[in-house]
Design a binder for this molecule. Structure first.
Ligand code: FPP
Length: 264
């Protein structure tokens, strides 16, 4: 028993050390302003443990809480997570229903604490695809935290990057129709102003868990010059230490934005 306890303590100490070492190694002057996360692998994590897929999503919320808290501590300006894509409706009804309930329950449970931490929440995507109850919950969370000045926490739900571009095109076409602008006067800034993330910095760092190396229709405009960081870890197993590892790696990247390296 003692040995078992000692063994456990030892391994958790090691974890704390690694986490602390990594945290100390983060160059605060080279932190990403906007981090976007594709929280993949919940289903695989659950299946690997002989559990139903939904158990993976429930566990994924706990990871999200931990990593969001780390983003708050590091004063990252914007933090966007992919929680439900426009394609996720194709999943079995029971899984979709579970996710809807998970969004509502997690919000109800976590809103007070997020508010106290100064987090500004926004749900991005085609929100009219959700039940009136859930839309009301989303709206309430946004309104309640609108005056906060901390991390801008965006939850992408019923979100697709191509769908967002369609909505932008429609809004601009309306502006042209109303005589507010001419097609030839449309600029990148005008497109930006119609994005779901309007007013926020472009994405600097995309983290995707669970091994796949693609963007999957996530923030396709905003990630034009983002650095990409992938890990095989399934989202429920993703730790603060791994988040810090991604940030340390990011701080060493040579970002040229199409220009020449400052290092040369
Ligand atoms: C991808 O894993 C994960 C999702 C589609 C859902 C992510 C949602 C959460 C973690 C809940 C977030 C909650 C709030 C309140 C924002 P997957 O199911 O595609 O995993 P797989 O690739 O292993 O099948």
């Amino acid at each position: 028993m003692l040995k078992k306890l000692f063994g456990k303590k030892k391994s958790s100490n090691k974890q704390i050390n690694t986490e602390k070492e990594l945290l100390d190694n983060i160059d605060r002057s080279r932190l990403p302003r906007h981090v976007a996360i594709i929280m993949d692998g919940n289903g695989r994590w659950a299946s690997g443990k002989g559990m139903v897929r939904s158990a993976g999503h429930a566990s994924g919320v706990k990871t999200l809480k931990t990593i969001l808290r780390a983003a708050v501590d590091l004063k990252i300006e914007a933090f966007t997570v992919y929680a439900f894509s426009t394609e996720n409706w194709k999943r079995p009804t029971a899984e979709v229903d579970f996710l809807m309930k998970l969004f509502a329950d997690s919000l109800a449970r976590e809103l007070d604490e997020m508010d106290e931490l100064g987090i500004r929440i926004k749900f991005i995507g085609r929100l009219d695809g959700f039940s009136p109850y859930l839309q009301e919950q989303f709206d309430n969370a946004c309104r309640r935290t609108a005056d906060n000045t901390g991390v801008r926490f965006n939850v992408a739900v019923n979100y697709g990057g191509q769908d967002e571009m369609v909505r932008v095109a429609q809004a601009l076409a309306e502006d042209v129709k109303a005589g507010k602008t001419l097609p030839e006067d449309i600029t990148a800034d005008m497109i930006e102003s119609h994005l779901d993330t309007s007013g926020m910095p472009p994405v600097d760092l995309v983290i995707r868990t669970s091994g796949d190396m693609r963007l999957s229709n996530f923030l396709i405009w905003q990630t034009a010059y983002a650095e990409l960081w992938f890990t095989d870890t399934n989202w429920p197993d993703f730790t603060k230490a791994e988040f810090f590892e991604a940030l340390v790696d990011f701080s060493k990247r040579d970002r040229r934005f199409g220009g020449l390296s400052k290092k040369k």
